[in-house]
Design a protein around this ligand. Structure first.
Ligand SMILES: [Zn+2]
Ligand SMILES: [Zn+2]
Length: 91
């Protein structure tokens, strides 16, 4: 019994199978979620059981901001600055 492709749902035969992220994929179906660049076992990045290329791998470190005193100070500063109209935005 051959497994189904995690992307297209069709049967994956051993010759075209890529087994990654606890799933099976056609070689052609194993591509980046964002840019569709075809990936392989060596260059893929797995996130949330989905393959991504190096450029589009969600970098969670950007969303996790620790509330250190320094970060709080920086945030207050940027909030103050955002109240000032930016000259570049005037059309
Ligand atoms: Zn497929
Ligand atoms: Zn990509």
């Amino acid at each position: 019994m051959n497994p189904q492709c995690a992307r297209c749902g069709k049967i994956v035969y051993p010759t075209e199978k890529v087994s990654c992220l606890d799933k099976n994929w056609h070689k052609g179906c194993f591509h980046c979620e964002v840019c569709k660049m075809t990936l392989n076992m060596k260059n893929y990045k797995g996130y949330d059981k989905k393959p991504y290329c190096n450029a589009h791998y969600p970098k969670t470190s950007f969303t996790i901001v620790a509330d250190t005193p320094e970060n709080l100070r920086l945030r207050q500063q940027s909030e103050l600055q955002s109240q000032i109209p930016k000259p570049g935005c005037v059309l």
